[in-house]
Design a protein around this ligand. Structure first.
Ligand SMILES: *Cc1c(COP(=O)(O)O)cnc(C)c1O
Length: 381
Protein backbone atom coordinates (compact mmCIF):
# COMPACT_ATOMS: atom_id res chain seq x y z
CA UNK A 1 0.00 0.00 0.00
CA UNK A 2 2.76 2.41 0.87
CA UNK A 3 4.41 1.60 -2.48
CA UNK A 4 1.28 2.78 -4.28
CA UNK A 5 1.28 5.93 -2.21
CA UNK A 6 4.90 6.64 -3.11
CA UNK A 7 4.12 6.22 -6.80
CA UNK A 8 1.34 8.75 -6.49
CA UNK A 9 3.63 11.22 -4.74
CA UNK A 10 6.63 10.82 -7.05
CA UNK A 11 5.24 12.66 -10.12
CA UNK A 12 4.73 15.77 -7.99
CA UNK A 13 8.40 16.21 -7.05
CA UNK A 14 9.71 19.55 -8.14
CA UNK A 15 11.26 19.68 -11.62
CA UNK A 16 14.10 22.20 -11.61
CA UNK A 17 14.99 24.28 -14.67
CA UNK A 18 18.51 22.87 -14.63
CA UNK A 19 20.31 20.07 -12.78
CA UNK A 20 24.08 20.51 -12.94
CA UNK A 21 24.70 18.19 -9.98
CA UNK A 22 23.12 15.28 -11.88
CA UNK A 23 25.20 16.10 -14.95
CA UNK A 24 28.45 16.04 -12.97
CA UNK A 25 27.77 13.00 -10.76
CA UNK A 26 29.02 10.36 -13.24
CA UNK A 27 32.18 12.29 -14.22
CA UNK A 28 33.07 13.90 -10.90
CA UNK A 29 35.79 11.34 -10.11
CA UNK A 30 37.43 11.81 -13.50
CA UNK A 31 37.51 15.59 -13.09
CA UNK A 32 38.73 15.45 -9.49
CA UNK A 33 41.68 13.30 -10.58
CA UNK A 34 42.69 16.01 -13.08
CA UNK A 35 42.30 18.72 -10.46
CA UNK A 36 44.42 16.91 -7.88
CA UNK A 37 47.15 16.48 -10.51
CA UNK A 38 46.93 20.20 -11.12
CA UNK A 39 47.28 20.97 -7.41
CA UNK A 40 50.42 18.82 -7.28
CA UNK A 41 51.92 20.84 -10.15
CA UNK A 42 50.48 24.08 -8.69
CA UNK A 43 50.38 25.95 -11.96
CA UNK A 44 47.04 27.75 -11.86
CA UNK A 45 46.87 30.30 -14.68
CA UNK A 46 47.18 29.47 -18.42
CA UNK A 47 49.98 26.87 -18.75
CA UNK A 48 49.91 23.45 -20.43
CA UNK A 49 46.35 22.52 -19.37
CA UNK A 50 44.89 25.64 -20.96
CA UNK A 51 46.95 25.07 -24.11
CA UNK A 52 45.73 21.46 -24.27
CA UNK A 53 42.10 22.51 -23.94
CA UNK A 54 42.56 25.30 -26.51
CA UNK A 55 43.84 22.78 -29.05
CA UNK A 56 41.00 20.35 -28.35
CA UNK A 57 38.36 23.07 -28.53
CA UNK A 58 39.71 24.62 -31.76
CA UNK A 59 39.62 21.13 -33.34
CA UNK A 60 36.09 20.57 -32.03
CA UNK A 61 35.00 23.83 -33.70
CA UNK A 62 36.73 22.73 -36.94
CA UNK A 63 38.84 25.87 -36.76
CA UNK A 64 42.54 26.57 -36.14
CA UNK A 65 43.03 28.55 -32.94
CA UNK A 66 41.22 28.87 -29.63
CA UNK A 67 42.24 31.47 -27.05
CA UNK A 68 40.99 30.60 -23.56
CA UNK A 69 39.81 33.46 -21.39
CA UNK A 70 37.86 34.13 -18.21
CA UNK A 71 34.30 34.61 -19.57
CA UNK A 72 32.15 34.89 -22.68
CA UNK A 73 31.81 38.60 -22.02
CA UNK A 74 35.63 38.95 -22.05
CA UNK A 75 35.77 36.83 -25.22
CA UNK A 76 33.54 39.30 -27.07
CA UNK A 77 35.48 42.28 -25.74
CA UNK A 78 38.76 40.65 -26.83
CA UNK A 79 37.41 39.97 -30.33
CA UNK A 80 36.34 43.59 -30.79
CA UNK A 81 39.71 44.87 -29.47
CA UNK A 82 41.62 42.60 -31.83
CA UNK A 83 39.65 44.10 -34.74
CA UNK A 84 40.57 47.63 -33.53
CA UNK A 85 36.97 48.62 -32.91
CA UNK A 86 36.71 51.81 -30.88
CA UNK A 87 35.00 55.18 -30.40
CA UNK A 88 33.08 56.33 -33.48
CA UNK A 89 32.58 52.77 -34.75
CA UNK A 90 29.27 50.96 -34.98
CA UNK A 91 28.63 47.25 -34.44
CA UNK A 92 25.39 45.67 -35.66
CA UNK A 93 23.79 43.09 -33.38
CA UNK A 94 20.48 42.01 -31.84
CA UNK A 95 18.65 43.34 -28.81
CA UNK A 96 16.99 39.99 -28.12
CA UNK A 97 19.99 38.36 -26.41
CA UNK A 98 21.81 38.17 -23.09
CA UNK A 99 23.26 41.60 -22.24
CA UNK A 100 26.77 40.09 -22.36
CA UNK A 101 26.57 40.20 -26.16
CA UNK A 102 26.56 43.99 -26.01
CA UNK A 103 28.95 44.86 -23.13
CA UNK A 104 32.09 44.44 -25.26
CA UNK A 105 30.81 46.99 -27.80
CA UNK A 106 30.29 49.52 -25.00
CA UNK A 107 33.64 48.66 -23.32
CA UNK A 108 35.33 49.62 -26.63
CA UNK A 109 33.48 52.94 -26.73
CA UNK A 110 31.70 51.84 -29.90
CA UNK A 111 27.96 52.07 -30.55
CA UNK A 112 25.63 49.05 -30.67
CA UNK A 113 23.20 49.24 -33.59
CA UNK A 114 20.28 46.85 -33.15
CA UNK A 115 18.43 44.84 -35.78
CA UNK A 116 15.09 43.12 -35.19
CA UNK A 117 14.82 39.34 -35.06
CA UNK A 118 13.11 36.91 -37.43
CA UNK A 119 9.63 35.95 -36.23
CA UNK A 120 10.29 32.22 -36.75
CA UNK A 121 13.87 31.54 -35.65
CA UNK A 122 14.15 34.43 -33.14
CA UNK A 123 17.67 35.02 -34.57
CA UNK A 124 18.83 38.18 -36.37
CA UNK A 125 16.58 39.12 -39.32
CA UNK A 126 19.16 39.19 -42.10
CA UNK A 127 16.80 41.01 -44.50
CA UNK A 128 16.88 43.98 -42.09
CA UNK A 129 20.66 44.21 -41.64
CA UNK A 130 21.63 46.16 -44.76
CA UNK A 131 19.39 49.12 -43.89
CA UNK A 132 21.33 49.53 -40.61
CA UNK A 133 24.80 49.67 -42.23
CA UNK A 134 26.41 53.14 -42.28
CA UNK A 135 29.87 54.48 -43.11
CA UNK A 136 30.72 53.90 -39.42
CA UNK A 137 29.78 50.21 -39.32
CA UNK A 138 32.82 48.00 -38.64
CA UNK A 139 31.38 44.63 -37.71
CA UNK A 140 28.30 42.46 -37.40
CA UNK A 141 27.84 40.42 -34.21
CA UNK A 142 25.18 37.72 -34.83
CA UNK A 143 24.08 35.54 -31.90
CA UNK A 144 23.36 31.81 -32.37
CA UNK A 145 20.57 32.13 -29.83
CA UNK A 146 19.17 29.15 -27.89
CA UNK A 147 21.68 26.90 -29.71
CA UNK A 148 20.39 27.56 -33.24
CA UNK A 149 22.95 28.84 -35.77
CA UNK A 150 22.17 32.04 -37.65
CA UNK A 151 21.67 31.72 -41.44
CA UNK A 152 25.33 32.64 -42.01
CA UNK A 153 25.82 32.48 -45.81
CA UNK A 154 23.67 35.51 -46.71
CA UNK A 155 25.04 37.35 -43.67
CA UNK A 156 28.67 36.68 -44.71
CA UNK A 157 27.86 37.77 -48.30
CA UNK A 158 26.47 41.04 -46.99
CA UNK A 159 29.48 41.56 -44.70
CA UNK A 160 31.96 40.90 -47.53
CA UNK A 161 30.06 43.26 -49.85
CA UNK A 162 30.41 46.08 -47.29
CA UNK A 163 33.88 45.17 -45.98
CA UNK A 164 32.67 44.28 -42.47
CA UNK A 165 33.97 41.75 -39.97
CA UNK A 166 31.66 39.09 -38.57
CA UNK A 167 31.99 37.98 -34.94
CA UNK A 168 29.83 35.01 -33.93
CA UNK A 169 28.38 35.06 -30.43
CA UNK A 170 28.36 31.29 -29.98
CA UNK A 171 27.93 31.38 -26.19
CA UNK A 172 24.80 29.18 -26.45
CA UNK A 173 25.78 27.02 -29.40
CA UNK A 174 28.84 24.82 -28.72
CA UNK A 175 28.73 22.08 -31.34
CA UNK A 176 25.87 23.46 -33.48
CA UNK A 177 26.20 23.10 -37.24
CA UNK A 178 25.20 25.26 -40.19
CA UNK A 179 25.17 23.47 -43.58
CA UNK A 180 27.26 20.80 -41.88
CA UNK A 181 29.88 23.25 -40.60
CA UNK A 182 30.45 23.89 -36.92
CA UNK A 183 29.70 27.28 -35.40
CA UNK A 184 32.99 28.88 -34.47
CA UNK A 185 34.28 28.29 -38.01
CA UNK A 186 31.73 30.43 -39.85
CA UNK A 187 32.71 34.08 -39.20
CA UNK A 188 36.05 35.89 -38.76
CA UNK A 189 36.08 35.32 -35.01
CA UNK A 190 33.74 33.38 -32.71
CA UNK A 191 33.16 33.84 -29.00
CA UNK A 192 32.14 31.16 -26.53
CA UNK A 193 31.10 31.21 -22.89
CA UNK A 194 31.71 28.29 -20.53
CA UNK A 195 29.49 29.67 -17.78
CA UNK A 196 28.33 26.60 -15.79
CA UNK A 197 24.83 26.49 -17.30
CA UNK A 198 25.96 26.56 -20.96
CA UNK A 199 26.04 23.35 -23.05
CA UNK A 200 29.75 23.15 -22.20
CA UNK A 201 30.20 24.67 -18.75
CA UNK A 202 33.16 25.13 -16.42
CA UNK A 203 33.18 24.94 -12.62
CA UNK A 204 33.26 28.71 -12.48
CA UNK A 205 33.74 31.46 -15.08
CA UNK A 206 35.46 30.80 -18.42
CA UNK A 207 35.24 31.59 -22.13
CA UNK A 208 37.13 31.29 -25.42
CA UNK A 209 37.71 33.09 -28.69
CA UNK A 210 38.09 30.96 -31.83
CA UNK A 211 39.56 32.02 -35.17
CA UNK A 212 41.24 30.53 -38.22
CA UNK A 213 43.43 33.64 -38.61
CA UNK A 214 46.93 33.32 -37.10
CA UNK A 215 47.55 37.08 -36.95
CA UNK A 216 44.30 37.62 -35.06
CA UNK A 217 45.04 34.66 -32.76
CA UNK A 218 48.41 36.15 -31.78
CA UNK A 219 46.84 39.54 -31.14
CA UNK A 220 44.05 37.97 -29.05
CA UNK A 221 46.58 36.06 -26.89
CA UNK A 222 48.51 39.26 -26.33
CA UNK A 223 45.49 41.39 -25.32
CA UNK A 224 44.22 38.61 -23.03
CA UNK A 225 47.50 38.67 -21.09
CA UNK A 226 48.22 42.33 -20.21
CA UNK A 227 49.05 43.28 -23.81
CA UNK A 228 52.37 41.43 -23.65
CA UNK A 229 53.76 39.83 -26.81
CA UNK A 230 56.59 38.64 -24.51
CA UNK A 231 57.34 38.93 -20.83
CA UNK A 232 57.98 42.47 -19.45
CA UNK A 233 56.96 44.11 -22.76
CA UNK A 234 53.49 45.70 -22.85
CA UNK A 235 53.07 46.85 -26.41
CA UNK A 236 49.39 47.78 -26.22
CA UNK A 237 46.52 48.21 -23.79
CA UNK A 238 45.82 44.75 -22.42
CA UNK A 239 43.56 43.08 -19.90
CA UNK A 240 43.81 40.30 -17.38
CA UNK A 241 41.39 37.96 -19.16
CA UNK A 242 43.41 34.74 -18.72
CA UNK A 243 41.78 31.34 -18.23
CA UNK A 244 42.37 29.43 -14.97
CA UNK A 245 44.06 26.04 -15.42
CA UNK A 246 41.45 24.42 -13.18
CA UNK A 247 38.68 25.47 -15.59
CA UNK A 248 40.66 24.10 -18.53
CA UNK A 249 41.00 20.76 -16.69
CA UNK A 250 37.24 20.59 -16.10
CA UNK A 251 36.42 21.66 -19.67
CA UNK A 252 38.85 19.21 -21.23
CA UNK A 253 37.06 16.29 -19.55
CA UNK A 254 33.58 17.66 -20.23
CA UNK A 255 34.31 18.36 -23.91
CA UNK A 256 34.60 14.58 -24.45
CA UNK A 257 30.94 14.24 -23.36
CA UNK A 258 29.55 17.26 -25.18
CA UNK A 259 28.30 15.51 -28.33
CA UNK A 260 26.44 12.88 -26.28
CA UNK A 261 24.86 15.59 -24.14
CA UNK A 262 23.87 17.58 -27.24
CA UNK A 263 22.34 14.42 -28.76
CA UNK A 264 20.21 13.95 -25.65
CA UNK A 265 19.12 17.60 -25.84
CA UNK A 266 18.04 17.03 -29.47
CA UNK A 267 16.08 13.94 -28.44
CA UNK A 268 14.29 15.84 -25.66
CA UNK A 269 13.56 18.73 -27.98
CA UNK A 270 11.88 16.46 -30.50
CA UNK A 271 9.89 14.80 -27.69
CA UNK A 272 8.62 18.25 -26.67
CA UNK A 273 7.57 18.87 -30.28
CA UNK A 274 5.70 15.53 -30.28
CA UNK A 275 3.93 16.23 -27.01
CA UNK A 276 3.08 19.89 -27.61
CA UNK A 277 2.35 20.35 -31.29
CA UNK A 278 -1.16 21.55 -32.08
CA UNK A 279 -1.84 23.10 -28.66
CA UNK A 280 -4.02 26.17 -29.25
CA UNK A 281 -2.13 29.48 -28.90
CA UNK A 282 1.23 27.82 -28.27
CA UNK A 283 4.17 28.62 -30.56
CA UNK A 284 6.93 26.00 -30.52
CA UNK A 285 10.53 26.69 -31.65
CA UNK A 286 11.05 26.86 -35.42
CA UNK A 287 14.39 25.91 -36.98
CA UNK A 288 15.98 27.12 -40.21
CA UNK A 289 16.47 24.38 -42.83
CA UNK A 290 20.28 24.67 -42.76
CA UNK A 291 20.53 24.90 -38.98
CA UNK A 292 21.38 22.00 -36.68
CA UNK A 293 20.65 23.40 -33.23
CA UNK A 294 22.22 22.16 -29.99
CA UNK A 295 19.05 23.10 -28.08
CA UNK A 296 20.65 25.15 -25.33
CA UNK A 297 17.15 26.35 -24.45
CA UNK A 298 13.66 25.19 -25.45
CA UNK A 299 11.76 28.45 -25.80
CA UNK A 300 8.03 28.44 -26.41
CA UNK A 301 5.86 31.50 -26.96
CA UNK A 302 2.39 32.28 -25.63
CA UNK A 303 0.59 35.60 -25.07
CA UNK A 304 -0.33 34.60 -21.49
CA UNK A 305 3.28 33.82 -20.61
CA UNK A 306 3.33 35.35 -17.12
CA UNK A 307 0.18 33.57 -15.91
CA UNK A 308 1.35 30.28 -17.41
CA UNK A 309 4.79 30.51 -15.76
CA UNK A 310 3.16 31.23 -12.40
CA UNK A 311 0.79 28.25 -12.67
CA UNK A 312 3.65 25.96 -13.72
CA UNK A 313 5.76 27.03 -10.74
CA UNK A 314 2.78 26.35 -8.45
CA UNK A 315 2.52 22.90 -10.00
CA UNK A 316 6.21 22.25 -9.28
CA UNK A 317 7.79 22.96 -12.66
CA UNK A 318 10.39 25.74 -12.90
CA UNK A 319 10.77 27.69 -16.12
CA UNK A 320 13.06 30.50 -17.32
CA UNK A 321 12.82 33.79 -19.20
CA UNK A 322 15.34 34.41 -22.00
CA UNK A 323 14.91 37.35 -22.14
CA UNK A 324 12.02 39.40 -20.70
CA UNK A 325 13.51 42.89 -21.27
CA UNK A 326 15.36 43.55 -24.54
CA UNK A 327 18.88 44.95 -24.26
CA UNK A 328 17.88 48.24 -25.92
CA UNK A 329 15.48 48.87 -23.01
CA UNK A 330 18.16 48.41 -20.33
CA UNK A 331 19.08 51.64 -18.50
CA UNK A 332 22.79 50.87 -18.89
CA UNK A 333 22.39 50.68 -22.67
CA UNK A 334 19.73 53.05 -23.93
CA UNK A 335 21.79 56.19 -23.43
CA UNK A 336 24.33 54.87 -25.95
CA UNK A 337 21.97 53.97 -28.78
CA UNK A 338 19.50 55.30 -31.32
CA UNK A 339 16.36 54.43 -29.35
CA UNK A 340 13.88 55.49 -32.04
CA UNK A 341 14.44 52.27 -33.98
CA UNK A 342 11.35 50.09 -33.59
CA UNK A 343 11.78 46.29 -33.30
CA UNK A 344 8.38 44.65 -33.28
CA UNK A 345 9.44 40.99 -33.13
CA UNK A 346 12.00 41.68 -30.41
CA UNK A 347 9.28 43.26 -28.26
CA UNK A 348 6.80 40.50 -29.05
CA UNK A 349 9.22 37.70 -28.15
CA UNK A 350 10.35 39.42 -24.94
CA UNK A 351 6.72 39.54 -23.81
CA UNK A 352 5.79 35.98 -24.79
CA UNK A 353 8.89 33.75 -24.46
CA UNK A 354 9.09 31.00 -21.85
CA UNK A 355 11.95 28.50 -21.50
CA UNK A 356 11.00 24.95 -20.49
CA UNK A 357 13.41 22.67 -18.60
CA UNK A 358 15.71 20.98 -21.11
CA UNK A 359 19.02 19.53 -19.99
CA UNK A 360 20.81 16.25 -20.69
CA UNK A 361 19.71 14.57 -17.46
CA UNK A 362 16.00 15.40 -17.80
CA UNK A 363 14.11 12.10 -18.08
CA UNK A 364 11.37 11.31 -20.59
CA UNK A 365 8.86 11.07 -17.75
CA UNK A 366 9.90 14.45 -16.38
CA UNK A 367 9.44 15.88 -19.87
CA UNK A 368 5.96 14.34 -20.02
CA UNK A 369 5.09 15.97 -16.74
CA UNK A 370 6.40 19.38 -17.88
CA UNK A 371 4.30 19.03 -21.04
CA UNK A 372 1.15 18.06 -19.12
CA UNK A 373 1.60 20.87 -16.61
CA UNK A 374 2.14 23.37 -19.44
CA UNK A 375 -0.99 22.28 -21.31
CA UNK A 376 -3.02 22.46 -18.10
CA UNK A 377 -1.63 25.94 -17.37
CA UNK A 378 -2.58 27.13 -20.86
CA UNK A 379 -6.09 25.69 -20.61
CA UNK A 380 -6.72 27.16 -17.12
CA UNK A 381 -7.82 30.41 -18.77
C1 LIG B 1 26.30 33.61 -21.54
C2 LIG B 1 26.29 34.53 -22.70
C3 LIG B 1 27.26 35.54 -22.88
C4 LIG B 1 28.26 35.92 -21.81
O1 LIG B 1 29.01 34.90 -21.32
P1 LIG B 1 29.58 34.96 -19.80
O2 LIG B 1 30.53 33.82 -19.78
O3 LIG B 1 28.42 34.81 -18.89
O4 LIG B 1 30.27 36.27 -19.65
C5 LIG B 1 27.23 36.29 -24.03
N1 LIG B 1 26.30 36.07 -24.98
C6 LIG B 1 25.34 35.14 -24.85
C7 LIG B 1 24.35 34.94 -25.95
C8 LIG B 1 25.29 34.35 -23.69
O5 LIG B 1 24.32 33.42 -23.56
Amino acid sequence: MSAIKLEAVEPDTHIPFMDLAALHRPIQGEIEKEISRLVSASSFVLGPLVAQFEDAFAAYCESSYAIGCNSGTSAIHLALCALNIGPGDEVITVSHTFVGTVWGILYCGAKPVFVDIDADTMNIDIAKVEARITSKTKAILPVHLYGQPVDMDPLMDLARKHGLYVIEDAAQAHGARYKGRRVGSLGDIACFSFYPGKNLGAWGEAGAVVTANLRLAERLRQIRDHGQPRRYCHSELGFNYRMDSIQAAVLDVKLRHLDAWNDRRAELSSLYHDRLSGVQGLQLPIYGQDAQSVHHLFVIRHVNRDAIAKRMEEAGVSTGLHYPIPVHRQPAVYGAIDDSHVMKETERVAASCLSLPLHPTLSDSQLDRVSNVLVAAIRAD
